[in-house]
Design a protein around this ligand. Sequence first.
Ligand code: NAP
Length: 343
Amino acid sequence: METKQNVAVFGAYGHTGRFVVAELCERGYVPLLLGRDPARLRAQAEPGLRAREASAEDPASLDRALDGAAAVINCAGPFAATAGPVIEAALRAGIPYVDVAAELEANLDTFTDFAERAAGTLVVPAMAFYGGLGDLLVTTAMGGWTAADEVHIAYGLSSWHPTAGTLASGVVSDRRRGGRRVRFTGGRLEYHDGARPTLEWSFPAPLGPQNVFGEFTMADAVTVPSHLDVPEVRTYMTVKAAADLSAPGARPPAAVDGRGRSAQTFVVDVLVRSGDEERRIAATGQDIYAITAPLAVEAVERILTGRTKATGVASAGAAFDAFDFLRSLSAHLSLDVPTRGFG
Ligand SMILES: NC(=O)c1ccc[n+]([C@@H]2O[C@H](COP(=O)([O-])OP(=O)(O)OC[C@H]3O[C@@H](n4cnc5c(N)ncnc54)[C@H](OP(=O)(O)O)[C@@H]3O)[C@@H](O)[C@H]2O)c1
């Protein structure tokens, strides 16, 4: 395969970073492995892969690490500590930045802090399962609509064995929220102390009706309203998966196939409503961490080949042709698209 550009991966030896590095290699890119632990970098570096030590607290180390990179993918979370410094370094290097942050406060900071300064390049936060996939599905379901009354995103996860990074990011988000809960309603994020609702959501067959928690608010509550005029963005999570996540001593994901994917399956079921009209789309796949890699790397590939719709800070749905993007991931995602079509 023809050798393409170097793409830096900050947090390369983390669980998600490893999937991203493998996806870059598969597509003929040369990953630059970046992280703060030289021993773990050395252990990951195979012949032909270059590893560079870099710390979010040391801007000069980031500048050295990004030298010669065409783009950077940030997989090091909690992102409250890493997104700002790595974006700053990407701007100094004049290269695009993509991250996989699921912390909606960190995503908001990215939009707020870099909207103007990133105008000459592209910064895509939450280019991952949470925040990115939902936004691509919503944007596709909207078709030509730029506004809707309600957006519903239901996550049908068979289980959720979280990584250390997921748990640490949850702790940081919880602290930033002062232990309060958050939902997107009335056109804004609202922090409150109310109880989390439970209800039944009818997923497409074969999953069918499942008990879900309402207001399981994820990064989509930032990415979707960043470019679509929707006052209500409601997200749901299967009760079983939410219970796995919060169980004491939750186990990390265990690989069951040659790609390193776990047995976890997911359905992301999206419904948008405007007046009396409803539009739906769903995506099915395996392992929320593994699917994040083709999402982030496809984003980088489109940026590097000029297939973008935006500059500055933009979510997946704003930056790319959403339906085309989703269809390009057919090796990883099955789409359930109603026959009436979109666009
Ligand atoms: N939006 C989504 O759908 C989605 C999907 C996948 C992952 N994520 C997010 O991605 C992050 C990583 O997840 P993971 O599954 O890869 O977790 P992980 O296996 O625990 O890896 C975490 C990685 O982040 C690095 N890191 C953490 N804090 C750092 C800091 N201050 N400076 C430099 N490196 C730092 C760690 O390096 P050290 O070992 O040196 O600390 C490690 O490489 C989490 O925030 C997770 O929520 C989001």
